[in-house]
Design a binder for this molecule. Structure first.
Ligand SMILES: [Zn+2]
Ligand SMILES: [Zn+2]
Length: 450
């Protein structure tokens, strides 16, 4: 496109549309480097004005019409002054830009608002997003359609880039598209909160041990009030006063000043089961953290001083760790159990138990105790190894290594025939699992270590 062609197009657009410098310049975004759209638009308007002035000098009366257009629809001060100089006082009515409604003139203000909102946050990189109403986007599409403009940046891109420039200039932080620390969302057309800031979550992985029984893994809301607080839960909103999740997340939230945390773990143990040995893998996700620099040894120390939960191997990780840790549910587990029988158990019987269950496939229908919240279906899981030790006439301990997802209590008592075969069935006695501890959660052979 030649400059004269570009100027004809500008003339045509301004004859019918009121456009600010930015919205005009954006339609020519491919023209020239190192210019903002506002500068580009202003330069085009001035070029057109100079051309019209030269034509007017040669007596071209039509050129004055162009100057008037530039003053009225282009809002160009120099065009207004030119008309004045020629003794032609224009009736310039201040009307807003047809596309952006003059909001693009507020990018500096929006940028300053963002910097204020960013004040509580620790961040190195940011990204700006924008909420632009459909009517604005449509107005631009319509203009392009009518003026046969096939290419141009869209208005949203202009808002986000320009506000980003302001923030970068004021803070010295940089824009990052892939994984920014914080996201600034601007709503230039909203009457309420025009700028909001949210930090991307932090992910920390590690392994936990639950040293005591009686606490659930996750926060457990009161079933009566669903967390609101009622007489039944003594106005705590919770069925259990604490959980592994709450003990672990507390120092994280204190250090990061995050809004809340999600706790993702590789499977879960029953309330009355402990987790010992190498522990269970987990990832904690801190939502909207104000601080991103963590003192992990201090956090571990605080958690460990609870005497109930211990963590180790804490390290900062990424979002992808959540899926990896959740897959650990299917990993091989080793449990330590204590079993009580209704009749004496002999050493010979325990030997038989060990031999029988080595490499044994177990069919389990959903245990009765969880039927109220899980679908009734059959699953087949493998027991890899059982090592049993008699501790008294009617009591023995065993370590059970099995596939993740096997219900161990039911493997012991048979769940009224819903788990087959079971230890109770094999020994022909009533058996009850009276304690259960998770000793190890490890990946299947051939799978990569987490
Ligand atoms: Zn505009
Ligand atoms: Zn309640």
């Amino acid at each position: 496109m030649r400059l004269s062609e570009a100027l004809r197009l500008v003339e045509r657009m301004l004859a019918e549309h009121r456009l600010c410098d930015s919205c005009l310049g954006r339609q020519f975004a491919a023209l020239g480097y190192g210019l903002s759209n506002r500068e580009r638009g202003e330069a085009l308007k001035i070029s057109l004005l100079l051309e019209a002035c030269l034509k007017a000098e040669r007596g071209d009366r039509k050129a004055l019409e162009t100057v008037r257009t530039l003053a009225v629809n282009g809002g160009l001060k120099a065009a207004e002054q030119t008309l004045e100089k020629l003794g032609l006082k224009p009736e310039v009515e201040r009307k807003a830009c047809e596309i952006c409604e003059d909001r693009l003139s507020e990018v500096e203000k929006l940028g300053r608002m963002a910097v204020e909102e960013l004040e509580p946050y620790e961040y190195e990189s940011f990204l700006v997003g924008a909420k632009i109403p459909a009517r604005i986007v449509e107005a631009e599409d319509e203009l392009r359609g009518r003026c046969s403009i096939s290419w141009g940046e869209n208005i949203k891109g202009e808002f986000t880039r320009e506000v980003g420039k302001v923030i970068a200039k004021l803070t010295g932080k940089h824009v990052e598209f892939k994984n920014p620390d914080v996201i600034v969302t601007i709503s230039p057309y909203s009457s309420q909160r025009r700028v909001t800031v949210k930090a991307n979550p932090l992910f920390i992985e590690g392994r936990y041990r639950k040293l005591v029984s009686g606490i659930p893994q996750a926060r457990w809301l009161c079933g009566k009030c669903r967390g609101k607080g009622c007489e039944a839960c003594n106005w705590t909103g919770k069925k259990y006063p604490e959980s592994v999740q709450e003990i672990v997340e507390k120092p994280f939230l204190a250090q990061t000043l995050g809004d809340e945390a999600d706790f993702h773990a590789g499977g879960r143990e029953d309330i009355d089961a402990k987790v010992l040995g190498t522990g269970r893998p987990f990832v904690i996700e801190i939502k909207n953290p104000r601080r991103r620099t963590l003192d992990l040894p201090k956090i571990a120390e605080e958690i460990n001083s609870s005497g109930k939960v211990e963590v180790e191997g804490l390290e900062i990780t990424g979002k992808e760790a959540v899926a990896r840790v959740k897959a650990a549910e299917a990993y091989t587990k080793t449990y330590q159990i204590t079993v009580e029988a209704d009749k004496p158990v002999t050493l010979k019987e325990l030997k038989r138990l060990e031999e029988f269950f080595t490499g044994r496939k177990i069919s389990q229908w959903t245990p009765r105790r969880v039927l109220h919240r899980r679908a009734d279906k059959e699953r087949v899981k493998t027991v890899y190894r059982v090592e049993a030790k008699r501790v008294s006439r009617k009591r023995f301990e065993a370590s059970v290594k099995c596939q993740g997802g096997l219900y161990v209590k039911e493997l012991v008592d048979g769940d009224e025939g819903r788990t087959k075969p079971s230890m109770a069935e094999l020994l022909g006695k009533k058996l009850k699992c009276i304690s259960l501890t998770v000793l190890k959660v490890e990946e299947e052979k051939g799978r990569r270590r987490p």
